[in-house]
Design a protein around this ligand. Structure first.
Ligand SMILES: [Zn+2]
Length: 472
């Protein structure tokens, strides 16, 4: 049986779930559901990244133990994904003891192999990023993401011999053995490898207590990224053994936003090479949601929370609005007005209205139909191609084109003015078939509504059901 393993990043618990996390997670859910529906054995992993100085500081300001604080935020993520009907197979928390043991075992192996060595590090450290910054990454001496001045830190640390993997990784990326999508992002990374290249990176911190202890030198804790990356393995039950792939390994695709591309295209695959494990087949980088061209931020007060979307539109509509808002690999503008317009146009007046009109006519005329799910092979193929190439918006457009022409056909033929039941049936039968086909393909995006429509249109007597999407 073909296997399909998909991951989101482990989300950092310095913040509650926002629409950015939601975007990645719903996209992964859609793909997992789709691959499952065509008979592949799928595994979908998400989780939370819970160690590091940021979390320690944040917990301190709230007068909580870091673990207590992480428990609260992790619970919020779990609840949000349940509310959004996310069907992940596991939720990995990096404070999980099994994960911690595996990280220690893996790092010990890398150390024994000579890939981790004691060194001295001097550099610009941004607390916000929990990363050392290169001089050239700073803008006027400030971290471009946090607008704060990184600290000059000099400390004893264990380094990872990242430079050792430069040639091999560049080759693999160029040959798409580690495929980076969209192409623009691959080109960025190839250029990074060729112009700047990989230099060894610090894999431990001496003054951060809230982290996994380095097993052979407990005065250090593991650098948060090194800890976090291994979740993709431990989430499958991996125990830290080099050269031993857990079931489902490697990922068919790993989804993420562009701010974490570079580490995922350098440190992460280098760790896998060091651990003698296969690389992920693909990583896909999606864009950011912008509001009127601006990045969402708490200080600007323009944050859209997943809870608010669900409250306003319902779960399935919220999933639809997020996935249809923009092309997946690009930034896109969103906002309440845009969501309202799209909700009314595509769902209330579109899908919902078509289902209501056709089912109402079928009920009135007491017509018995024989319909088949996925009878439109051309549509199924085009939809599959779009979805498997991460073109969520295009996959949905295909379905909406079908429904729009069905709606036009109905308005043009006006079967409600007819008396001959055979003629009426000839008009309604293909329309009902189009609705059933669209509903069945919509399942990965809108699992509940789709199931309702399928039930309605495969019943012995088709009845006008409840209103699917009340107008806003
Ligand atoms: Zn920063």
């Amino acid at each position: 049986m073909k296997k399909f393993y998909i991951t989101t990043p482990v989300y950092y618990v310095n913040d509650v779930p926002h629409i950015g996390h939601t975007y990645t997670t719903v996209a992964a859910d859609v793909l997992a559901r789709w691959h499952g529906s065509i008979g592949e054995e799928t595994f979908f992993l998400t989780g939370t990244d819970e160690h590091g100085a940021n979390i320690e500081t944040k917990a301190k300001t709230l007068k909580l133990e870091p673990k207590k604080y992480a428990d609260q935020i992790a619970a919020k993520f779990i609840k949000t994904w349940q509310e959004l009907n996310i069907a992940n197979n596991n939720f990995l928390r990096t404070t999980n003891q099994v994960h911690i043991k595996a990280v220690q075992k893996a790092l010990r192996y890398m150390h024994d192999q000579g890939d981790i060595y004691l060194s001295k590090y001097q550099g610009w450290y941004c607390r916000g990023c929990e990363q050392y910054k290169n001089e050239r990454d700073l803008v006027n001496g400030l971290c471009p993401d946090h607008l704060t001045r990184p600290e000059k830190i000099s400390e004893e640390c264990y380094n990872f011999k990242l430079s050792r993997y430069q040639a091999e990784l560049l080759k693999k990326i160029k040959k798409d053995e580690l495929e980076i999508l969209p192409l623009k992002r691959k080109n960025e990374m190839v250029s990074f490898y060729e112009k700047e290249g990989l230099t060894d990176v610090s894999f431990s911190r001496k003054n951060v207590n809230w982290g996994i202890p380095i097993p052979w030198d407990k005065s250090h804790t593991v650098y948060v990224w090194a800890d976090a990356f291994l979740n993709y393995l431990t989430g499958l039950g991996w125990d830290g053994s080099a050269g031993q792939s857990p079931k489902f390994w490697p990922p068919a695709v790993q989804l993420m936003s562009k701010d974490i591309l570079r580490v995922h295209a350098t440190i992460w695959p280098a760790m896998l090479l060091s651990l003698k494990l296969p690389l992920p087949k693909k990583i896909f980088i999606h864009g950011y949601f912008l509001i009127n061209g601006q990045k969402m931020s708490k200080t600007l007060g323009n944050v859209i929370a997943p809870d608010d979307l669900i409250k306003k539109y319902g779960v399935d509509a919220a999933r639809y609005l997020i996935m249809s808002a923009t092309a997946f690999g690009h930034d896109g503008d969103i906002g309440w007005e845009k969501f309202n317009d799209k909700y009314n146009a595509d769902l209330a007046n579109g899908l919902g209205n078509l289902v209501a009109r056709v089912s109402n006519l079928l009920e009135k005329n007491k017509l018995a139909l024989k319909l088949k799910i996925n009878s439109d092979k051309k549509l199924v193929k085009a939809y599959k191609d779009s979805l498997e190439n991460f073109k969520f918006d295009e996959a949905l457009k295909l379905l909406w084109q079908k429904m729009r022409s069905a709606d036009e056909f109905l308005s043009h033929k006006k079967p409600w003015k007819m008396l001959d039941s055979k003629k009426i049936k000839n008009i309604l039968q293909p329309l009902a078939q189009d609705i059933l086909n669209a509903a069945s393909l919509l399942k990965p995006f809108m699992p509940t509504v789709s199931e309702k429509i399928i039930k309605q249109f495969t019943a012995k007597e088709i009845k006008k059901g409840e209103v699917l999407f009340p107008r806003i």
